[in-house]
Structures are given as C-alpha cells and as structure tokens.
Design a protein around this ligand. Structure first.
Ligand SMILES: [Zn+2]
Ligand SMILES: [Zn+2]
Length: 99
C-alpha cells in the first residue's frame, strides 16, 4: 500500500500542516502555504527588502537604514539630522548658559 497523501489533500510546504479544508495560499511554484507560514514569509521578505529613505528618497537595503518612528532613514540623512539637532541643542544650551 502506498503511504501517499490522499488525492486532493493539500499540505503547507513549510510546516506540513493539512490545509485541505482551510484557508491557504498557493505560490508561483504551486506549493501550498498555511496562513501562519505565509505571514512569516512575508515578514521575512519585508525584513530583507529594504526601503526608501524618507530623507533623500533613495532606496537602501535594510542594514543601511535606521528606523525612527516607523520611518526609514539612511546613514547620511541620520548624520545630517543629528548634526542639525546637535547644533540646535548646542545653541539652546549656549543661550541657557547666557553665552
Ligand atoms: Zn505552515
Ligand atoms: Zn537618506
């Protein structure tokens, strides 16, 4: 006797969960995904996809970006932002000290 899955049975390609009678996704290669694995895969893709810097509009990979308030900024933009902030704070500090 064969131990093969019954005809028409659908299993998640990641966790082998039986998704025959429940919500599932099918990828371009015809494999099935359960909602959980599909969600995890999406999150992983997002992590590696990178984003467009909100400061200069250039696209960067994830490791090059710093997220502030949910928005991505590249290193040069971060540096200039901090430089501005530092100068501003420095000025305020000087005023407070009465210089
Ligand atoms: Zn799964
Ligand atoms: Zn930038």
């Amino acid at each position: 006797m064969s131990t093969q899955a019954p005809a028409g049975a659908k299993y998640c390609c990641k966790c082998s969960k039986d998704v025959t009678h429940q919500q599932r996704m099918k990828d371009t290669e015809g494999r099935y995904w359960c909602p959980d694995c599909s969600k995890k895969d999406e999150a992983k893709k997002m992590e590696h996809a990178g984003a467009v810097c909100k400061g200069c509009g250039e696209a960067f990979s994830k490791p090059q970006l710093t997220w502030i308030g949910g928005l991505p900024y590249c290193k040069p933009c971060m540096t200039s932002r901090f430089a501005v902030k530092k100068t501003f704070l420095g000025r305020v500090w000087s005023q407070l000290k009465g210089e």
